[in-house]
Design a protein around this ligand. Structure first.
Ligand SMILES: Nc1ncnc2c1ncn2[C@@H]1O[C@H](COP(=O)(O)OP(=O)(O)OP(=O)(O)O)[C@@H](O)[C@H]1O
Length: 336
């Protein structure tokens, strides 16, 4: 697949946005016996930046390919500004950064932009694209000599050509260092200040937390949670208590001592004298540890977004039972 959505050129002038940037309902896509996408409902409104998070093979790219019109779903519908994805692409309403490949190593950055701009047709404000993507300094450099981050910036510039209303970015900052990632997102933010929409797939939870208005978590082709960062974080049940327990014989001793609060425990782990307990009643567990056991040095922390994410995607068996995940615009929900 090419790196950037090289939509067929269109003579069509600007067409007003109509409805949601993306409205997908009941998407299903199989490869042989594998259901890569298994009933996804997804809505992205103009002006929103939405992160699509999930483990490897969850179905993110397959979904994005459908939204971009690169492939058709086996079932369900996808609309982009009220049009078919292919139509929206041909009207230059969508721009994309896909995962890999597609760039010609012997072209310079500037030549690549010119060629793609000519292929896409229409009028392009190349200086502002260069500026926004921050690649002016490497304009004369051959793609083969560009660093990973510079290539991603070139991909961003290509995606910005035509000033699309929706950008679909598949792991757009892969290979970028923290500073490059920050300035990449600053450029996207600047770009989406109005009513432009962005849907991006990422493996970086922190990136999703920092830059997205909304997070959609997908596992095994199904949406398992969606909402703001805080809403998704709140789906994690429990609090983590850590402590040092001198002379602890092992997990059996810990569990025996915690018997009075057993019903509140989600997880216990013992690493030598260090214990980690996840509980829905942190005060009770802390009190018990401090008054009835030798444990000391207690630490009490909320679940991190990483913990919540790991829990939400941990077990495909749970997710298999999910039915109808509903829209992804409202309050966060877990669907198992
Ligand atoms: N063209 C294809 N033919 C066969 N299987 C495919 C094809 N495209 C994707 N798959 C499979 O579908 C599943 C979902 O793949 P997809 O690329 O959508 O996942 P992803 O969430 O984007 O993963 P990653 O984070 O690793 O990029 C995977 O098991 C993948 O191997």
């Amino acid at each position: 697949m090419s790196t950037t959505a090289l939509a067929p050129s269109s003579a069509a002038g600007p067409i007003p946005a109509a409805g949601p940037a993306i409205e997908a309902t009941g998407l299903v896509k199989s490869f042989g016996a594998l259901r890569a996408v298994d009933g996804i409902d997804l809505r992205v409104d103009p002006g929103e930046i939405v992160a699509f998070l999930g483990p490897n093979g969850a179905g993110k790219s397959t979904t994005l390919d459908i939204v971009l019109g690169f492939s058709s779903p086996d079932a369900g519908t996808a609309w982009v500004f009220g049009r078919s994805p292919g139509q929206a692409a041909s009207e230059l309403r969508t721009g994309a950064i896909l995962q890999e490949g597609g760039l010609l190593p012997d072209y310079t950055v500037g030549q690549t932009l010119q060629v793609v701009a000519a292929m896409r047709g229409g009028r392009h404000d190349i200086p502002s694209v260069l500026d926004l993507a921050g690649i002016t300094p490497v304009l004369g450099r051959k793609v083969a000599k560009c660093s990973g981050g510079e290539r991603q910036r070139l991909r961003l510039a290509l995606a910005l050509l035509g000033n699309p209303d929706l950008m679909v970015l598949d792991e757009p900052t892969a290979g970028m260092d923290v500073t490059a990632r920050r300035s990449f997102w600053a450029a996207i933010r600047e770009r989406t200040a109005g009513d432009k929409a962005v849907l991006f797939a990422t493996h970086y939870l922190q990136e999703a937390a920092d830059f997205a208005d909304r997070i959609v978590i997908i596992s095994r082709g199904r949406i398992v949670a969606s909402g703001s960062v805080d809403e998704v974080r709140a789906l994690g049940q429990g609090t983590i208590i850590t402590a040092t327990w001198p002379g602890l014989a092992g997990a059996a001793e810990l569990e025996a001592e915690l018997a009075p609060v057993r019903g509140t425990l989600a997880d216990v782990a013992v690493h030598g004298e260090h214990v980690e307990i996840r509980t829905t009643a942190p005060d009770d567990v802390a009190r018990l540890l401090l008054t009835r056991t030798p444990a000391h040095h207690l630490g009490i922390t909320a679940l991190s977004l990483d913990d919540v994410f790991a829990e939400l995607v941990k077990d495909g068996e749970d997710v298999e039972d999910v039915k109808g995940t509903g829209d992804v615009t409202g309050t966060a929900r877990r669907t198992d």
